[in-house]
Design a protein around this ligand. Sequence first.
Ligand code: HEC
Ligand code: HEC
Ligand code: HEC
Ligand code: HEC
Ligand code: HEC
Ligand code: HEC
Ligand code: HEC
Length: 270
Amino acid sequence: MSYNPRWNKSTLIFGGAAAWALLLVGCVMADRTVMAPPAIAGATYAGTKKCEQCHEDLTAHFDGATHSNLALKDAKAGDITCESCHGPGSLHVKAGGGKGTIVNPGKSPEACFACHLDKRGEFSLPNAHPVLSGQVTCNDCHDPHKGKVIKRTGAELETPNETCTKCHTAQKGPFLFKHQAMVEGCTICHNPHGTVNQKMLVARDANLCLRCHLQHPEAVVVSGVPGTIGDGKIVAGNEDHRTRLQNGTCWVAGCHEDVHGSNASKAMRY
Ligand code: HEC
Ligand code: HEC
Ligand code: HEC
Ligand code: HEC
Ligand code: HEC
Ligand code: HEC
Ligand code: HEC
């Protein structure tokens, strides 16, 4: 992964990851122009302490949030991590809150692109979630205020798929015949940011499935004849699939079209 925040010259020479490491330890911004947070005309940084006064429900859980590691500092306002996504908040605070005085990145991904520049490219690929059009937002899948920004680890083992199935109910199951690949999460086969392949698949053909299902020719018996390495056989499920694959890829009609799980057949068919 790569971040492209627009830091000042001295941090830039360290390059991506190193620059971040430095900042996470050092964390003193030389001035306000080193980053490109959303701009708000006439506003200056107010500091996270100010936000706390009215948004305690959000600041209370922020310590454990991935982005709290940023711990960005401003010489005058102190910690300004909230404002790295929301833009400088002085006018908002002065107005006693209210809309139109602060950026809400829930409505546009621009605030996220300020640091995650590469993501704009991913969402511009031919098959991507409609984030650039605003139909789906980054926070539909990422929680910016609480816990790990990617919901997928430890005690949250079940949640990565739920992130997806709250919208894609058809893939939720339960299925009579589960496809064990689903245990690995939807992202083992789809890149939700976007890919060049149809349906945001990470590979466009049988290679997607053969990543897990390709059996070594020597390891199995095909039609009673042990295969040998280099014989060109494509063995999956103890069967040479070469002829079948001439008819299309693994999930074409008549084969394993129900890739997410099936209620009809163990072989993932309708
Ligand atoms: C990584 C970027 C990011 C950081 C850092 C961040 N926010 Fe947010 N914030 C968002 C996004 C995205 C939304 C939109 C959430 C939504 O619509 O579900 C949002 C929404 C909000 C809202 C609107 C109310 C709501 O929940 O819909 C408030 C208030 C808010 N943030 C306050 C804060 C405060 C206070 C902090 C610091 C403790 C903070 N934010 C840090 C990205 C961020
Ligand atoms: C004096 C109280 C107060 C302070 C201080 C304050 N806010 Fe707010 N904020 C509000 C109120 C009130 C709203 C409107 C809530 C609503 O209408 O739902 C709001 C709304 C927001 C929203 C949502 C705006 C939208 O268009 O949806 C964001 C984001 C936000 N605040 C972030 C911040 C950040 C970041 C800070 C710290 C720099 C901060 N606020 C400080 C009172 C405050
Ligand atoms: C000020 C720069 C900045 C902004 C703005 C920002 N991020 Fe980040 N983001 C980072 C950094 C730095 C990390 C790495 C933090 C770490 O690993 O401790 C990160 C981490 C992440 C990760 C997790 C990466 C991982 O591998 O765990 C996600 C997801 C993410 N950001 C999404 C967002 C979203 C969504 C927004 C907009 C709401 C956003 N970011 C806004 C700087 C930013
Ligand atoms: C449809 C759901 C979805 C949307 C929308 C989405 N993401 Fe993600 N994102 C994910 C998932 C799932 C992962 C974890 C992928 C993995 O680890 O295999 C991820 C990973 C990331 C990462 C860390 C790994 C990487 O690719 O660099 C960053 C940073 C990130 N997202 C930023 C964003 C930003 C910024 C936006 C909005 C512009 C966004 N995401 C919108 C689902 C989404
Ligand atoms: C907020 C709702 C929402 C969430 C959450 C979401 N998606 Fe989507 N997804 C959509 C929308 C909207 C489309 C576009 C549908 C269209 O263009 O017809 C889409 C399209 C897709 C497609 C392509 C469908 C097609 O027929 O071309 C795939 C695959 C997909 N999403 C997978 C995922 C995965 C994997 C996740 C979790 C990481 C996820 N989605 C999370 C709303 C969501
Ligand atoms: C084993 C790989 C694999 C996994 C895991 C997987 N998918 Fe898919 N998904 C596919 C393939 C292959 C297609 C294309 C099917 C087609 O075109 O007929 C697809 C298509 C889709 C579509 C488009 C609608 C359709 O059925 O054609 C959506 C939406 C989708 N997947 C969502 C998800 C979600 C949500 C998850 C996780 C709960 C998930 N997928 C897990 C392989 C996978
Ligand atoms: C992440 C690894 C992984 C990927 C990718 C994957 N599978 Fe699977 N699949 C499994 C596992 C594990 C099983 C259960 C053990 C077994 O039968 O091999 C399974 C079982 C199956 C079965 C049932 C076999 C039986 O007789 O019970 C079929 C059919 C199948 N997968 C088809 C596919 C297709 C088609 C694709 C590509 C769209 C695919 N798989 C991608 C891991 C994967």
